[in-house]
Design a protein around this ligand. Sequence first.
Ligand SMILES: *Cc1c(COP(=O)(O)O)cnc(C)c1O
Length: 367
Amino acid sequence: MLQQEKRAYNFNAGPSALPLAALEQAQKEFVNFQGTGMSVMELSHRSAVYENVHNEAIALLKELMNIPQEYHVVFLQGGASTQFAAVPMNFLAQGKKAGYVLTGSWSEKAQKEAKLIGETYVSATAKETNYNRIPSFDELTMEPNSAYLHITSNNTIFGTQWHDFPDTGDVPLIADMSSDILSHAFDVSKFALIYAGAQKNLGPSGVTVAIIRPDMLERAVNAERIPTMLRYDTHVKNNSLYNTPPTFGIYMLGLVLKWAKQQGGLAAVEENNRKKAALIYDVIDASNGYYKGHAQPDSRSLMNITFTLSSPELEKKFLAEAKNAGFVGLNGHRSVGGCRASAYNAVPYESCLALSQFMKDFQKNNG
Ligand SMILES: *Cc1c(COP(=O)(O)O)cnc(C)c1O
């Protein structure tokens, strides 16, 4: 049996902490899944036992996120990064332009891929203040003939998060939700397409989830020229079984969803996330500037908490001592430096409490 007390204080940005209950369940049935005498990894993806795992995960995601019944949920591969290309390939028609709200490195990368396919424009950007905020709805521009508007709901590297979503009317709203999907309840029906790599909140790396409004399949352009695997309708029509899906990852994702349901669903998950993030933001805010949060308060992410100390030397000392104290993954992303605590769904409250105490003690001893 794994032991709770031997688990690290894991603040990794992704892949990241998974719920202990999900890991232990997987451990229990690792070599003999449901009396088959086989691991989930050894099952045929066409077998009834596997298909049940697969369909249960889809149904549970729909239930937890309150996804409208008619929406499609598909499991893809290639990470969110492949979706950066698949989105414009499928939806950016000639003569149309795709709008991108730039809120960090991931949205820049998404736009870069779209530029390979067609015309894009920047709907709004927060680059001039080093992506420390989410633009207000008033700042968003939408050009006529927009193919879609693309946003990044949580900015993993800079630590900002959209707390509300714009109404884009007839223009399909598309979101990369890789780092905050399943972390709070929101109205999925505002979106035409949501995609997310699983490795932050949903499960292990290797699975990408896409949630697709049915009319988007009809909006798809140049379908005959898009490689089969990159067409959304391929995966919708085949219930994500066109080719061999990442079966073990999908099984793990299902266990993570069961855990989330056991927590009380997304309302409970969100409440816990708020409490966890508050523990750390409160220390930052009460530190008299000793710790400086990167994100403007109203744009703060509940998932990725980014902060700096007064000098790179002090940050180095902080990170070294944190490492010795058992904290993992607190280095800021190489592109922004400083520190980052990623408190995804599966990071226990106790880890955040321990970090907040560590931060207070560090300030006291190094003030
Ligand atoms: C991690 C991350 C990605 C990259 O995902 P991959 O699955 O590694 O391609 C993209 N977007 C956001 C918001 C992320 O947090």
